[in-house]
Design a protein. Structure first.
Length: 573
C-alpha cells in the first residue's frame, strides 16, 4: 500500500481534481478514517485502472492488467505466498535472468531486495491494480490445492508402507517448509509455532514478542511437515509419543540462522516450536540494549569488579541471555578466562569456553559449575540458578574471587533477594557476594515511519490513576530531567504509531529493553542481613532513587521510543 502523502501528491500533480475537490476528499477520508484510495474507489470518483495508471506514470514504471492472466506455478511460487499476500507483490513472467514483478507499491524496496536475493534474478517492476493482484493470489490456492491432492494420495500409500522419510522429501512439503522458514527470517520472527488442529494446521510467528497467524494448511500435511522438520533437526521420524529437541542451521551468503526445534505430542498430532537465532548478527552494546545513562554507569561500575555476583531477572523471553552475552562480550579479553554452562548455548562467542548441560547423563548446572571451578576461570556464566545446590556453588564461587553472572526467574530486582533466601543461601553470603541485580522486560518500539504525537485525554488520565500512582511517577520523570517542574500529565506530549506498510499496520517495529538496576549498597546489605521484608527493601531502593521498570518505561514513552499502552502491557503484574 502506497504512503498516503505520496498518493495525495500524485493525484495533485496529475490534476485529477481541482484544489477544492481535493480538499473535500482529504477532509472526508479523515472524517471517515479510511485510506485515500479506498475512498476514491468506493465513491467511484476514479476507476481502479485510471488511479493505478496515474501512479505508474508518476513512478515512470509500466502498468499491467493481470485480471485474465494465468501464471505458471514455477514462476508464481518463486515468491512465497505469505510474502505475496503481506507485501502485495507477485511474479508473473521470467525471461532469461530477468523476473517481472507486479506490485501495488513501487516503493517497497526491502521486499524487492529480499526477492532478488532469494531468486538470484534481476527484477523488472510493474504496477497493477488490487483486483488484478487478488486474482493472481487465488492462483496460489489453486496451485497448492492440486499439490495437496497429490500429497493426499501419496501420503495414504506412504503411511501404509511406513516410509515417512519419502514424504518428507516430497517437493510440495519441502517447498512449504522452506516458505515459512524463509518468510520467518524475512519478517524478523523470533519463534515459529506449527500447531495441528482437527481440520487444519495453523502456522504462527512471534514478531516483536507478539504471536501472529501467518498461514493455515490442510491437516493432511501434518505428517509430512513434522517428518520434514524432524529430518532437518536430526530427530527420530518414527517417534510420535515423546517430546523431542533438536537443532538445524540455514546458511546463505546473506544470513546464518540456527533453528532450535522443540516437538511435543498434542491431541491432534505433534506441535512444533522453532526458536530462530541469528548467528551472524552483530553483538549489541549496552547502549543499544536501551539502558539510560545512570543505570548504564551502575552496570559498567559493577562489571569491572574482579569478583562478586551479577544477576539478571525476568520471565522467559525477556532478553536476559542477550544482556548476559553483551556483558560477557565486554569482559572478553585475552587476559581473562571466561567459561559458561548454559541450557542451551544460544550464540557462539569466540574465545569463551561454552558448555551445554545434558540432564540425561547427569550433566546439570550444579555439576557443570563444579567442573568449571577446576578450569581456572576468572569469569563464570551460569545459564540459570534453579536449585539450592547451584545457588550455593555460585555464591561460594563469587566469594572466592570469581565474577559470576547468572539469571533468576523473578518479577523484579527486589524479589531476587528473598528468592535467594528461599534457595537456602545465607543472608550474610547474599549481602557480601551480590554486586548487582538487573530486572528487565522487552517492549515494542514505535514504528518511526508512522509515529505521531498526542496529549492524554482526561478520561485516559483518570483510568491511569486507577492503575498507577501518577504523582510519584511524575516526580521520577522530573527528577530524571524528562519533564519540567511546572508540567503535569495533561500537558505532556506522548507518541504512538498510526500503522503503515513498514510495520504491517501494527504501529510498532522492533523492540528495546526497560530495566531496573538494583546495586547492593551498604544499606541494602544491612537489610538483607536482617532478613528484611520485600516492602522494606523496596522503600530502601526508593531512597537510593532506583528507577523501576515502570518509570524507565514511562521515560521511554515520553521520549517517543514506545507507547504508554506497551509499558503497561509488559509491566502489569
Amino acid at each position: 500500500m502506497l504512503n498516503q502523502n505520496t498518493l495525495l501528491q500524485i493525484i495533485k500533480e496529475a490534476n485529477l481534481f481541482d484544489p477544492d475537490e481535493l480538499k473535500e476528499i482529504k477532509k472526508q477520508t479523515e472524517l471517515k478514517k479510511v485510506k485515500l484510495e479506498e475512498y476514491l474507489l468506493k465513491e467511484r470518483l476514479l476507476t481502479e485502472e485510471l488511479l493505478y495508471k496515474t501512479i505508474a506514470s508518476y513512478f515512470k514504471i509500466p502498468f499491467i492488467d493481470l485480471e485474465v492472466r494465468f501464471i505458471s506455478p514455477d514462476i508464481l511460487f518463486l515468491i512465497p505466498e505469505p510474502v505475496a499476500q503481506a507485501h502485495e507483490v507477485v511474479a508473473f513472467e521470467k525471461q532469461n535472468e530477468k523476473l517481472k514483478l507486479a506490485t501495488l507499491d513501487p516503493e517497497n524496496l526491502e521486499t524487492f531486495e529480499f526477492i532478488k536475493r532469494k531468486t538470484n534474478l534481476d527484477l523488472e517492476i510493474y504496477l497493477t491494480t488490487p483486483s488484478s493482484l487478488a486474482t493472481i493470489l487465488k492462483q496460489y490456492r489453486k496451485g497448492l490445492e492440486l499439490e495437496f491432492k497429490e500429497l493426499e494420495e501419496k501420503s495414504t500409500k506412504i503411511f501404509e508402507d511406513k516410509r515417512l522419510e519419502k514424504l518428507a522429501h516430497d517437493l510440495p512439503i519441502v517447498r512449504i517448509v522452506n516458505t515459512f522458514l524463509e518468510y520467518a527470517i524475512f519478517e524478523g520472527a523470533s519463534d515459529i509455532h506449527i500447531e495441528p488442529g482437527e481440520k487444519q494446521i495453523i502456522v504462527r510467528y512471534r514478531i516483536d514478542g507478539i504471536l501472529r497467524e501467518v498461514m493455515s494448511l490442510p491437516s493432511i500435511l501434518q505428517a509430512g511437515l513434522v517428518a520434514r522438520i524432524k529430518i532437518l533437526a536430526n530427530l527420530k521420524i518414527d517417534e510420535h509419543r515423546l517430546p523431542q529437541d533438536g537443532r538445524f542451521k540455514i546458511t546463505t551468503p546473506q544470513y546464518k540462522v540456527s533453528f532450535r526445534v522443540s516437538i511435543i505430542p498434542v491431541l491432534d498430532g505433534e506441535k512444533i516450536v522453532m526458536r530462530l537465532l541469528v548467528e551472524n548478527g552483530k553483538m549489541l552494546s549496552l547502549e543499544q540494549l536501551g539502558l539510560l545513562s545512570d543505570p548504564l554507569e551502575i552496570i559498567k561500575r559493577n562489571i569491572s569488579k574482579p569478583h562478586g555476583m551479577i544477576l539478571v531477572t525476568g520471565p522467559t523471553g525477556c532478553g536476559k541471555t542477550t544482556t548476559l552475552y553483551t556483558i560477557l562480550n565486554l569482559l572478553n579479553k585475552p587476559e581473562v578466562n571466561i567459561s559458561t554452562i548454559e541450557d542451551p548455548i544460544e550464540y557462539r562467542i569466540p574465545h569463551i569456553n561454552q558448555s551445554q548441560v545434558n540432564p540425561k547423563i547427569g550433566f546439570v548446572f550444579a555439576t557443570g559449575l563444579r567442573a568449571l571451578l577446576r578450569q581456572d576461570p576468572d569469569i563464570i556464566m551460569v545459564g540459570e540458578i534453579r536449585d539450592s545446590e547451584t545457588a550455593d556453588i555460585a555464591v561460594n564461587a563469587a566469594m572466592t574471587g570469581h565474577l559470576v553472572l547468572s539469571t533468576l526467574h523473578t518479577n523484579d530486582a527486589v524479589t531476587a533477594l528473598p528468592r535467594l533466601l528461599d534457595l537456602g543461601v545465607l543472608p550474610f553470603l547474599i549481602a557480601s557476594t551480590t554486586n548487582l541485580i538487573i530486572a528487565q522486560r522487552l517492549i515494542r518500539k514505535i514504528c518511526p515511519h508512522c509515529r505521531v504525537s498526542y496529549n492524554l485525554e482526561k478520561k485516559t488520565i483518570t483510568a491511569l490513576k486507577k492503575q498507577l500512582n501518577l504523582e510519584i511517577l511524575l516526580t521520577s520523570l522530573i527528577r530524571e530531567g524528562v519533564v519540567n517542574k511546572d508540567q503535569d500529565f495533561s500537558s505532556l506530549l506522548f507518541f504512538r504509531g498510526n500503522g503503515c506498510k513498514y510495520c504491517r499496520n501494527e504501529g510498532y517495529k522492533g523492540r528495546t529493553g526497560i530495566y531496573e538496576i538494583l546495586e547492593i549498597t551498604k544499606e541494602i546489605g544491612e537489610l538483607i542481613m536482617q532478613r528484611a521484608t520485600t516492602d522494606n527493601l523496596r522503600e530502601a531502593t526508593k531512597k537510593q532513587q532506583m528507577l523501576t521498570m515502570l518509570e524507565d518505561g514511562f521515560i521511554k514513552a515520553k521520549e517517543g521510543i514506545t507507547t504508554i499502552e506497551e509499558v503497561l502491557r509488559v509491566t502489569k503484574e
